[in-house]
Design a protein. Structure first.
Length: 328
């Protein structure tokens, strides 16, 4: 057996998790627990999501993003809404107090549209999605993808519950009617965004806000970086590992609070277009799995949890975080 340390961001194959014997499942659960205590990230394979579906979404979304600004403008949305987030709409570094210039990206953003019993909740979290008429094929592709993400999130939540020695439904029972979000992030080259300002990123340094993020990304020189704290044996910023077949999974602030900071909300950023490849274009599909509105997130006690946070309403917390990254 090798004495080399386990990778900070391991790859988990879901097939032996789903079909394996108890010893195999226990080993996978331990690997997940260890990884989420350090970087807060995993790579996941064996998920069964067709790569053609992912590339189809990218192709359709690219058609939209390449349209003239005046054609995209009617689809303008607020952060956390449904529609188009144009250049300069977000600065994710604001959420951690880092004063960066606005992020160098555009996004198409969608979210749950299934109604809730409370009209106030409906108005805030269940507005109709806005599908661009110029790319009619995008809706069917995204709706199929979101159905697959819901299934994958349920499996991941079961894994996370068991990784903490809890019931498999410990987290998933709070997400029977979730307010998921879905962003298609477009990172064009400098011919679109111009030369980056000092301290400007495609997405500034931040942690995600909610429970679990499922990211389908592309490799690039101006791609994803993950931060691990040198004070805890980390290395600072480093390029995230990439596998074209894998989803990149990270937990957000609410999940970190839920575990009493046993698990880390994975700090990350997306680098600006690189000087030696200024025309580089990347696109990410980002699914944010969230709780059912009204969920009270309370820190798990010791020995699982290590810090006892004040309980928070999941969606009061999320709205404040979304507002914090909005560029006025």
């Amino acid at each position: 057996m090798s004495d080399s340390p386990a990778p900070r961001i391991p790859t988990i194959d879901l097939r032996p998790w789903i079909d394996g014997d108890p010893d195999t499942r226990a080993e996978i659960a331990r690997t997940v627990d260890d990884a989420l205590q350090t970087a807060g990230f995993l790579l996941v394979t064996g998920h069964g999501v067709d790569p053609a579906l992912r590339s189809g979404i990218r192709e359709a979304a690219r058609t939209f993003f390449r349209l003239p600004v005046d054609v995209k403008q009617p689809y303008t949305a607020k952060v956390g809404g449904r529609g188009w987030l144009g250049p300069g709409a977000e600065a994710n570094g604001y959420s951690e107090g880092t004063q960066t210039p606005p992020d160098l990206k555009e996004s198409l953003t969608f979210a749950t549209h299934e109604h809730f019993e409370d009209p106030v909740v409906d108005a805030e979290w269940a507005a109709p999605n806005v599908w661009p008429a110029q790319v009619p094929e995008l809706r069917e592709l995204c709706e199929e993808y979101l159905a697959r993400m819901a299934d994958l999130e349920k499996e991941l939540l079961s894994l996370l519950g068991e990784a903490l020695g809890l019931d498999a439904d410990f987290f998933s029972k709070h997400m029977d009617h979730p307010t998921y979000g879905f962003n298609i992030n477009w990172y064009p080259g400098t011919e679109v965004v111009g030369e980056p300002q000092p301290g400007q990123f495609r997405i500034g340094p931040h942690t995600d806000f909610g429970t679990v993020t499922i990211l389908d990304r592309q490799a690039g020189k101006g791609g994803l970086q993950v931060y691990t704290d040198p004070a805890d044996g980390g290395v600072g910023w480093e390029d995230a590992p990439f596998d074209p077949d894998a989803f990149t999974i990270n937990i957000g602030d609410l999940m970190a609070r839920w575990t009493g900071d046993r698990w880390r909300s994975g700090r990350h950023r997306v680098l600006p277009p690189p000087a030696d490849a200024p025309a580089e274009e990347l696109m990410s599909l980002v699914y944010f799995g969230e709780c059912t509105p009204g969920t009270l997130v309370e820190s798990l006690p010791a020995p699982v949890g290590r810090v006892a946070y004040e309980p928070v309403d999941s969606h009061t917390y999320l709205r404040a975080k979304l507002d914090s990254i909005t560029v006025a």
